[in-house]
Design a protein. Structure first.
Length: 385
């Protein structure tokens, strides 16, 4: 679900002296399985990634029980361009990518049952680096320019069912199927005086796996919606096509809880908390230190227009999330402030939401590199009412 637009990083002007090139220059997206993404819509993103339980129709594919609040058949998609600026002792530059973290559809079968399907993001592996290095041969040290790029990632296909147990309680279940591919290319150019040919290699890494998500929502009164979802995964098969090597990575259990609180008719507060025990997969990813991840998010929504056929909203939020893969002396944190808005029009037949996130990842002293980014999210939805 991602499209690589531009990914160019420029290392510092001085040459790096170690002979071993692999692992010298890393970014948040190049360690472990990549940079984690979630199948969220723009409304949940503007509210601080609070896609577990929301009033007014939760379009994110986090909690399968949220299907029951959609109310009518519909389809929607989220597009997410991002610009990242990287800084570090050995690396600096700009990366621009575009992802499609969510495409989802819902179909009510009756007043109690709703089915749906979604195609969402899991890990992004779009990145590129350029740097200078040296290699030692029999005649001495030889300088070269190296470019490494990666294009692809891991996505998830979800088949979902939601049902009402009562007016206050809903349950949902989803079958998760993971798939993806990342093509990593290395190109090394030597000085003409050396006489070495340009070196180029390409590796294709393929992924497949499956899991299950269970979710529920509880609405004790009209102003409060509480939710929780649990993900269990069988594992992820990782295959290097160029080497013919296949390994199994044990995917972790994840838990998310959240709530939505309608404080007044036009003012809503949303909160979410999540944990994933990625440390259980440390033995399967020996090249990357692996730690448990934590997610914290919250936001507010203000309805500014409340017409018969049109409603408009302003939203503000923020979130913190730790990467599961260590970089330098620890796992980098993502820190984000978000603003957004949206509109429901034609009596609910259409919906458009947007979010703008201003954030950063990592710390140059601790993680060797840090990123500042601006990320835009746009969700367009159409319903039959």
């Amino acid at each position: 679900m991602n499209t690589r637009l531009i990914a160019v990083l420029v290392a510092g002007a001085c040459a790096l002296t170690p002979v071993q090139v692999q692992g010298q220059v890393e970014t948040v997206g190049s360690v472990g399985l990549g940079r984690s993404l979630r199948p969220l819509d723009a409304r949940a993103i503007a509210l601080g990634n609070t896609g577990v339980a929301l009033h007014g129709g939760n379009l994110s594919s986090v909690n399968p029980a949220s299907l029951t609040r959609i109310g009518s058949a519909g389809v929607w998609i989220t597009m997410q361009p991002e610009k990242r600026t990287l800084r570090g002792d050995q690396i600096r530059g700009v990366v621009e990518t575009a992802n499609f973290p969510l495409a989802r559809a819902a179909l009510p079968l009756s007043d109690r049952w709703v089915i749906g399907a979604a195609f969402g993001a899991l890990f992004d592996q779009d990145w590129g680096v350029e740097f200078k290095d040296t290699i030692t041969v029999s005649t001495g040290d030889v300088e070269f320019d190296e470019t490494r790029t990666s294009d692809g990632g891991i996505s998830q296909l979800r088949f979902e069912v939601g049902t009402y147990l009562s007016d206050a309680v809903t349950l949902g279940v989803a079958g998760l199927f993971y798939t993806g591919e990342a093509r990593q290319t290395v190109r090394r150019v030597f000085e003409e005086s050396v006489g070495f040919d340009i070196f180029r290699s390409q590796t294709a890494i393929r992924y497949r796996g499956w899991g299950v998500a269970l979710g529920g929502e509880f609405q004790p009164r009209a102003e409060v919606v509480l939710g929780a979802t649990l993900n269990w995964n069988e594992g992820l098969t990782v295959r290097d096509d160029s080497a013919g090597v296949e390994v199994e990575v044990g995917l972790p259990i994840g838990l998310d809880v959240g709530g939505s609180f309608q404080l007044t008719r036009d003012f809503l507060v949303a909160l979410a908390l999540g944990w994933t025990n990625w440390s259980s997969a440390e033995g399967d990813l020996p090249r990357a230190g692996v730690v448990d991840t934590w997610r914290f998010g919250g936001g507010t929504e203000l309805r500014v227009v409340s017409g018969e056929n049109t409603q408009m909203f302003l939203r503000f939020g923020g979130h913190l999330e730790r990467s599961p893969f260590e970089l330098g002396d620890g796992a980098p944190w993502e820190r984000v402030l978000s603003v957004g808005g949206g509109a429901a029009f034609r009596g609910g037949r259409g919906r458009f939401d947007f979010a703008v996130e201003f954030g950063g990842r990592g710390d140059a002293e601790k993680n060797l590199v840090e990123e500042d980014f601006i990320r835009y999210s746009f969700t367009m939805a159409v319903f039959t009412i």
